[in-house]
Design a protein around this ligand. Structure first.
Ligand SMILES: [Zn+2]
Length: 66
């Protein structure tokens, strides 16, 4: 059984444990989904989301629909 030698972090969006590896192109996020969500959170202030698909994450606060 191998011990994980790679560094683990928590995804800033969903707090899920993520392996910090070069293979993870979405780090520090766990997935492109969370990367886009984080992008969407600050982009929402500018209302400048362009073209990229956006999938809401499960949160208590609701994102305003455009
Ligand atoms: Zn995540």
């Amino acid at each position: 059984m191998n011990k994980s030698a790679s560094k683990s972090i928590n995804c800033p969006t969903c707090q899920r444990l993520v392996q910090w590896s070069e293979e993870n192109e979405f780090r520090p996020f766990c997935s492109q989904r969370c990367q886009l969500i984080d992008f969407g959170e600050w982009a929402t202030e500018k209302h400048s989301i362009a073209g990229e698909p956006f999938y809401p994450v499960d949160k208590d606060d609701e994102e305003p629909l455009q």
